[in-house]
Each structure stands twice: as structure tokens, then as C-alpha cells.
Design a protein around this ligand. Structure first.
Ligand SMILES: [Zn+2]
Length: 114
């Protein structure tokens, strides 16, 4: 299902609009956060690249609270999956592999260990 992403000019937050198919008419969206009609569709490669960068930055957040993601193996990567889903992007293959491996009990090694 295609997802169109809009960024609000007033509050800067993202509104995702789901459509049934790419050929469907896209409704004029309003910001789901503040109700503003001043939204820009985020479709440029530049916008996508920035979004991916933001996701990667967010990706690091759980390290601030070690263990929070690892108490239940089924929860490993859930946060990351949700994040990518929120941005309407496919999970990078390497992240997918890492999450699957971790769920199998094969925890990824910290980068600073050989
Ligand atoms: Zn807004």
C-alpha cells in the first residue's frame, strides 16, 4: 500500500497518508498533529535521504538505555521496524538480517569487539 508523506509547514511534523493504489487520487491532506492545511509532500530524493538519516540517528537511541530492547527477543528490532514503517520505508537488508539473527538468540557483537 503506497504511503504518501507530508511535512507540515506550521509544526514541522510528518503526516502519513495511505492510499489504496498509486493510481488513486490523493486527498488534500491536513496535518494530523495541528490540523494545518499547509503541508508539503515529501517526495524528493533529498527528503528521503534526510529521512533515512533521521531514522539512522533514531536507530541509535536504544543504546542510551542498554537492555531495554533486549529483555524479550521477540521485541528486538520491533522499535526499528516500527520506525521504518512509520516513514514508509523498507528496512535495510543489513538491519533486517541483524534483527532476525538477534531474535534467533544470536546477539550482534558491539562494534568495538573483534
Ligand atoms: Zn502541523
Amino acid at each position: 500500500m503506497p504511503i504518501y508523506e507530508y511535512r507540515c509547514k506550521d509544526c514541522g511534523r510528518i503526516t502519513n497518508v495511505f492510499v489504496r493504489s498509486v493510481s488513486s487520487a490523493v486527498p488534500e491532506p491536513t496535518c494530523e498533529h495541528c490540523g494545518s492545511a499547509s503541508v508539503d509532500r515529501a517526495i524528493s530524493k533529498f527528503a528521503v535521504a534526510r529521512t533515512q538519516q533521521q531514522v539512522l540517528e533514531d536507530y541509535g537511541d536504544p543504546s542510551l538505555d542498554p537492555g531495554s530492547e533486549y529483555r524479550d527477543p521477540r521485541q528486538i528490532g520491533r522499535w526499528v521496524e516500527n520506525k521504518f514503517e512509520q516513514y514508509g520505508m523498507d528496512l535495510p537488508e543489513e538491519a533486517r538480517d541483524m534483527i532476525d539473527a538477534a531474535r534467533d538468540g544470536e546477539f550482534p557483537k558491539p562494534l568495538d569487539e573483534p
